[in-house]
Design a protein around this ligand. Sequence first.
Ligand code: S3P
Length: 186
Amino acid sequence: MKNVKTDHNVPVDRSIVLVGMMGAGKSAVGRQLAQRIGLPFADADHEIEQAADCSVAEIFEQFGEEYFRAGERRVIARLVEAGPIVLATGGGAFIDPATRALLLEQTITVWLNAEFDVLWERVSKRSHRPLLRTQDPQGTLRKLMEERYPIYEQAHLTVISDRAPKEQTVLRVMEALSAQSESGKE
Ligand code: S3P
């Protein structure tokens, strides 16, 4: 009762990094997960925006995706280097080979796996995502899912993100992390 840390068995010696598509809930789930397990939270997109002093959409518009990915690689490396945190990444971060290699080696990665309808419901409410500013955003989203899901599958853990309240998804992530740490002890 006195020790708040005993309310979970989630290992906090490595960063926990949420990966997955736009709209999978990485930031919302990550923020709440961080609170529950007592680690600091960072959102990679937000950190990139702060470092560049402009929005992700502006970076894409003015400098292009490659430039954004290079900044994303640097920011994620810096955040991981600084010590254990819960980190929400942008949807393309884990697709970048260098960022993926770093995350797989130094952190515990959790793929928030969501179906098309769930993602579309969430992303269509907002228009700030540069990759979906196409003639056919639904088609673009499907194409990105097809290209990316085999890569997201390489994450250490997979947790379903569906229409359940985000608290539920946070619990699923905590269970998956605890189970993994238990199996590592055997
Ligand atoms: C991107 C996802 C975005 C952001 C950028 C590129 C992607 O982050 O990093 O627009 O390649 O999927 P969210 O996944 O937080 O929307």
